[in-house]
Design a protein around this ligand. Structure first.
Ligand SMILES: O=C(O)CCC(=O)C(=O)O
Ligand SMILES: [Fe+2]
Length: 322
């Protein structure tokens, strides 16, 4: 989370809304090409957009919300059993922010391992099926978006290799409202300003707002989704590096201006251990010289976990700019 001084409270922004709910949204169709152009434009302008995605039904959304409330309601000693060897993958608890993580959340057995950590006796099948169900659906959205991005840059021949080189982390977040007496902006920070380090992120907030993004002119805006069931899709640093800087990752943060507990979820597509994040030669030429040195994602995340990495204005530039 890069250090940034905090400006006054922000206005709202309506991000471009892109509809992924057409059953016939398949590669090669005119509908696909239209949505692809919208995705490219929104990501160039904002590094993120709002997606409508009917495959996560309102029933599934409600089940996820109930499951999250139940998970965070567990005793802290139980939640602390959600451990991982990778940083930012297990249980975290800082100030207003608490979060739990499921690695490989699109794989049923891995989600069962997670619920077994928390409920060793009965594994909580209901919750594991819900979390696996939503992760699987959101992974479909992630694949569509990434396919569109690669096609739009004329590098679709790398799509299978690119998809095979990533896995999915699903995180659930809980933000507690700050004490009502204190009106200092700093005490409202749920999550400080940062760019995501992974490939793409799909965020969902449950009714209580708080997510803010920084636009290219460095102004902060509250994200106001146009619909309760929509998702915010964001470019992460690894996608930025893979595309030789052609799309930028978005600075975002959570400010707890609401007086209610806020829950959110995120599906992160992330380079697998050992994968080198590098731009295809097609994206490097005289007009677009190479911007970043190739890197192994775990080294990048480890750098972010150091004092220098955390303090850097841009972790990506501090780590691997040429
Ligand atoms: O809770 C949110 O809306 C944002 C979470 C986030 O930015 C993150 O987990 O990286
Ligand atoms: Fe983030």
């Amino acid at each position: 989370m890069d250090s940034n001084s905090l400006p006054p409270l922000s206005d709202s922004i309506q991000l471009p809304v892109i509809d992924f709910s057409d059953q016939n949204l398949t590669p090669g169709t005119s509908k696909w090409d239209k949505v692809k152009a919208e995705v490219r434009k929104a990501l160039e302008d904002y590094g993120c957009f709002e997606a409508f995605f009917h495959k996560v039904s309102s029933e599934l959304d409600t089940s996820v919300f109930e499951a999250i409330e139940e998970l965070f309601g567990l005793p802290i000693q139980t939640k602390e059993r959600n451990v991982s060897s990778k940083p930012y993958h297990g249980y975290l608890n800082r100030n207003l922010y608490e979060s739990l993580g499921i690695d490989d959340a699109n794989l049923a057995d891995k989600v069962k391992d997670f619920t077994q950590q928390l409920w060793p006796d009965h594994k909580n099948k209901r919750i594991s099926e819900t979390m696996h169900g939503v992760s699987e659906k959101l992974a479909e959205l992630d694949v569509m978006v990434r396919r569109m991005i690669l096609e739009s840059f004329g590098i679709e021949k790398y799509i299978n290799e690119h998809l095979d080189s990533t896995n999915y982390l699903f995180r659930m977040m809980k933000y507690t409202p700050p004490p009502p007496v204190d009106d200092d902006v700093e005490t409202k920070v749920g999550l400080p300003s940062h760019t995501d380090k992974n490939i793409m992120t799909i965020l969902h907030q449950y009714q209580v707002e708080g997510l803010e993004i920084q636009t290219k002119d460095e102004k902060w805006f509250k994200v106001k989704p146009s619909h309760q069931y929509s998702f915010i899709v964001m470019v992460g640093d690894s996608m930025c590096a893979f595309l030789n800087g052609r799309l930028s990752s978005t600075y975002h943060r959570v400010l707890m201006t609401a007086k209610k507990t806020r829950y959110s979820t995120a599906l992160f597509s992330t380079p697998k251990t050992g994968v080198i994040v590098d731009s295809p030669q097609e994206l490097i030429d005289e007009e677009h010289p190479r911007v970043f040195k190739p890197f192994e994602f775990n080294d990048y995340r480890d750098f972010y976990n150091t004092e220098a990495g955390f303090a850097a204005q841009s972790t990506l530039h501090a780590f691997c700019a040429l």
